[in-house]
Design a protein around this ligand. Structure first.
Ligand code: SAM
Length: 181
């Protein structure tokens, strides 16, 4: 098993659900790898991050790939619903910026707030994909909070798939794929 198997799986799922007519959101652009992946599949990508460094890195990567169908927001993902309408899906790759300041990481309070807002506006067949990293302390607490929250979600209204690496040590990452039924 490679360490990035969950990202690989996320990309297979995204490939199956996104087409060139779709608008999608990258809630945590980071170094822009997911933004680039989404921009190649979708009509337009709206990407969010609270760090200026993330926007700079993502802009460079988009230029290198000659992609222009992306709007970058230097904003918390809590503003997605106010800034983007009619999206097919939202992708979260939680945690901290690789090679960046590890103290700036996604937080359970804001992640749950955004998740709750998104579920309230999600349309049938539209999706939220989240890669969760419980391997660091803040990420572990975030994973428990997400788990608690999703237990309270109406299972008749939402399909929630969780994909794990059950035999890997050190609390490996896992994937959540949520769809409105
Ligand atoms: N998708 C990225 C990529 O392909 O490189 C990796 C994302 S990185 C694991 C997580 C990112 O979430 C960090 O860049 C961090 O700044 C960002 N972040 C943390 N809290 C955020 C928030 N409230 N809104 C938007 N981004 C946030």
């Amino acid at each position: 098993m490679k360490k990035n198997d969950i990202i690989h799986l996320a990309h297979i799922i995204l490939n199956a659900h996104i087409s060139k007519e779709d608008i999608v959101v990258d809630a945590t652009m980071g170094n822009g790898h997911d933004t680039v992946f989404l921009a190649k599949l979708a009509k337009h990508v709206f990407a969010f991050d609270i760090q200026k460094q993330a926007l700079d890195n993502t802009m460079k990567l988009l230029e290198a790939h000659q992609l222009s169908n992306v709007t970058l927001f230097h904003e918390t993902h809590e503003h997605i619903v106010g800034l983007v309408s009619d999206f097919k899906g939202v992708v979260f790759n939680l945690g901290y910026l690789p090679n960046g300041d590890h103290s700036i990481t996604t937080k359970k309070e804001t992640t749950l707030k955004t998740l709750d807002m998104l579920l309230s506006v999600l349309r049938p067949t539209h999706f939220i994909l989240i890669v969760v990293y419980p391997g660091h302390q803040e990420g572990y607490e975030e994973s428990l909070a997400i788990d608690d929250y999703l237990k309270s979600v109406d299972s008749a209204s939402f399909s929630i798939i969780r994909s794990d690496l059950p035999y890997q040590d050190h609390r490996p990452p896992y994937l959540l794929f949520i769809q409105k039924i």
